[in-house]
Design a protein around this ligand. Structure first.
Ligand SMILES: [Fe+2]
Length: 393
């Protein structure tokens, strides 16, 4: 079912390809920037990726004003304040974020502070609380999953209040996302699989969301096809640059799809399980995704059936009667997950992901407060969430 009205927005310039990073000086110059703060984490700098970026800036007019490489897996207000100090001390005029979701979110939050002034991030949390525009931000993802390079949100932990603060504003879109396979080629198989399954979940949940529209569908379907075609080969041989680039493109497409159509119950359950049991987000997505499709069969049978085309290809789609395509989609997804598990060890059940059974009730309760449920086709009660969690266990 298509909407009678929708909005679609993606102002991010995508620069994708082998050696795309060589365009970094040009893109900074185009934005009027010449002294960026480079934000990253220790894992990225130890993997030698920083060197690729600095090499790309050599012989250009761009000078890195400062490097902040202390972003942890879950960023916090303290980290953002440290990043802002580094920016100010370095006399910077822009940002280059090199990393995964946490690094990108940190760069967005530091940008809020230095562009709006002051040290109080809290006053900007929530929706549309930022007066723009912010300083130029170029994002170079080192994982292919979160899609943060094309979203207008950032999530930062407030450790004092033990909550995660969300920032949503059209001013938070990065100006440019540079997708270069050199940035993901050294990712271990299990992390490659987990982040790709996160991207697949963004695409699938966007495709069945109550806010789906023809444009988000196009991006979502492309993301699904690229992941199905490329993930197994990349898990067999991580050095395949063509496959790595395809996965980066897929994560970007999925990010564009879900930042417009939003995600649903799979993310609600995953956020809760992540907060309470520290299960990796991509692992949680992998575990909950088929259950989310089964749960929404009643209201989204047709859309789930249409996913069979990008999931399994035109031959399987054509030879499967329309009435059973939705079931075939779920079956195809489960077979794909088994293959991914064999190649990477990514678990498909909660019990294999160190989640204690005693936590299921708390996860169900926490999931009910998640905003993603607003966009899920079916409503979900505590009992229903618990039922899904037991099935996923
Ligand atoms: Fe996600």
């Amino acid at each position: 079912m298509m909407p009678s009205y929708f909005e679609f927005h993606c102002p991010v310039k995508i620069v994708s390809g082998f050696k795309a990073l060589e365009n970094l000086p040009y893109e900074l110059k185009r934005l009027g920037a010449s002294r960026p703060l480079l934000i990253t984490d220790l894992g990225v700098s130890q993997a030698g990726l920083l060197h690729v970026v600095t090499a790309a800036l050599q012989d250009s007019e761009v000078l890195i004003g400062a490097v902040y490489d202390q972003v942890p897996a879950d960023s916090s207000m303290t980290v953002v304040q440290e990043g802002a100090s580094a920016y100010r001390q370095g006399g910077c005029d822009s940002f280059v974020a090199l990393g995964g979701g946490s690094v990108i979110d940190t760069a967005k939050a530091v940008n809020i502070l230095v562009s709006q002034g002051g040290d109080d991030l809290l006053q900007f949390s929530g929706a549309d609380r930022i007066q723009g525009p912010l300083r130029p931000l170029i994002v170079i993802p080192t994982t292919a999953g979160t899609g943060s390079e094309v979203t207008s949100v950032a999530v930062i932990a407030n450790r004092q209040k033990r909550v995660k603060m969300a920032f949503a504003s059209s001013h938070l879109y990065p100006d440019v996302a540079i997708l270069d396979p050199r940035m993901t080629v050294s990712l271990p198989a299990k992390l490659t699989a987990a982040t790709a399954m996160d991207a697949l979940t963004h695409a699938v949940e966007a495709f069945i969301s109550v806010q789906k529209n023809p444009l988000s569908d196009a991006y979502a379907a492309t993301a699904v096809r690229l992941i199905m075609e490329n993930l197994p080969a990349v898990l067999q041989d991580g050095s395949r640059a063509q496959g790595r680039l395809a996965l980066a493109d897929a994560a970007c497409c999925a990010g564009i799809a879900f930042s417009n159509a939003m995600v649903g119950m799979v993310h609600a359950l995953g956020h809760a399980a992540g907060a309470l049991c520290r299960i990796h987000h991509g692992t949680a997505m992998n575990i909950f995704l088929p259950h989310g499709l089964e749960y929404n069969l009643g209201r989204r049978r047709q859309a789930i059936g249409e996913l069979l085309l990008p999931l399994a290809g035109s031959e399987v789609y054509a030879e499967t009667p329309a009435a059973v395509r939705a079931e075939k989609t779920i079956e195809t997804l489960r077979r794909f997950q088994d293959e991914v598990q064999k190649l990477s060890g990514l678990p498909t059940r909660l019990r294999d992901a160190d989640v204690p059974q005693s936590m299921l009730e708390s996860i169900a309760r926490t999931a009910l407060d998640d905003g993603a449920l607003l966009f899920n086709p079916e409503d979900m009660t505590f009992e229903e969430a618990l039922y899904v969690l037991h099935k996923a266990y």
